[in-house]
Design a protein around this ligand. Structure first.
Ligand code: ATP
Length: 166
C-alpha cells in the first residue's frame, strides 16, 4: 500500500477517534445523537420531499459538528489555561454559544417540518395500536436515557464486569 493511501486511512482513523471521544465524553453530544435518531425514525411518518429530508440531515449534522468544535475549543482552553482566565471564559462561552445558535435553528427547522398535529396524532395512535412499535418505543426510552446519562463506555465496563463475575 502506498504511503499516500496509508496516510489517508490514518486520517480517517484519527477523525473517527475524535467522534468516539465526543460520544464517550460529552453528554450533550449523546443528547444530540439520541434526538437525531428519534427524528430520523419518526420522519418516516411524514411525507418529506428529498429536499426536506436533506434539510433535516443538514440541521442534524450542523449541530453535531458544532458540538465537536465546541469540545475541541474546551479541550484546547483546558490545556492552555486550566486556571481561571477571562479570555478562556470568553472562548468557552462563545463556542458554547455557537452550539446554542445551531441548536435553535435546528429546532426551528424541526418545528417547520414536523409540527403537523394530524401526523403527530397518527404517530401516537400507531404506537398505541401496534404492540411491536409501541413496545419498541417504550423499550428504547430507558436505553436512550442510559446512553445519554451513563454513556457507552461505563455501560460497556459494567457489562464486562458482570460477565467476569459470573
Ligand atoms: N479556565 C477557565 N477560565 C474562565 N472561565 C472558565 C474556564 N473554564 C470554564 N470556564 C467557564 O465555565 C463554563 C463552563 O465550562 P466547562 O469547561 O465546564 O464547559 P461545559 O460547557 O460545562 O462543558 P461540557 O460541555 O463538557 O459540559 C465556561 O463556559 C466558562 O464560562
Amino acid at each position: 500500500m502506498s504511503n499516500q493511501v496509508k496516510s489517508l486511512i490514518a486520517s480517517f482513523r484519527y477523525a473517527a477517534r475524535g467522534v468516539a471521544y465526543c460520544v464517550n465524553n460529552e453528554r450533550n453530544m449523546r443528547i444530540h445523537l439520541v434526538t437525531a435518531a428519534y427524528i430520523v425514525v419518526f420522519s418516516r411518518f411524514y411525507d418529506l420531499s428529498v429536499a426536506q429530508f436533506a434539510l433535516m440531515i443538514c440541521a442534524i449534522a450542523l449541530v453535531v459538528a458544532m458540538e465537536m468544535v465546541n469540545t475541541a475549543v474546551e479541550v484546547l482552553v483546558n490545556l492552555e489555561s486550566p486556571a481561571y482566565n477571562s479570555l478562556a471564559r470568553i472562548a468557552k462561552d462563545v463556542a458554547a454559544g455557537a452550539v446554542l445558535v445551531c441548536a435553535i435553528f435546528a429546532l426551528v427547522i424541526g418545528l417547520l417540518l414536523f409540527w403537523r398535529p394530524a401526523v403527530l396524532l397518527k404517530i401516537g395512535q400507531t404506537l398505541c395500536a401496534n404492540p411491536v412499535w409501541g413496545g419498541l418505543f417504550l423499550f428504547s426510552i430507558p436505553l436512550a436515557l442510559a446512553f445519554i446519562f451513563i454513556g457507552p463506555v461505563r455501560i460497556w465496563r459494567w457489562l464486562a464486569r458482570q460477565k467476569s463475575e459470573r
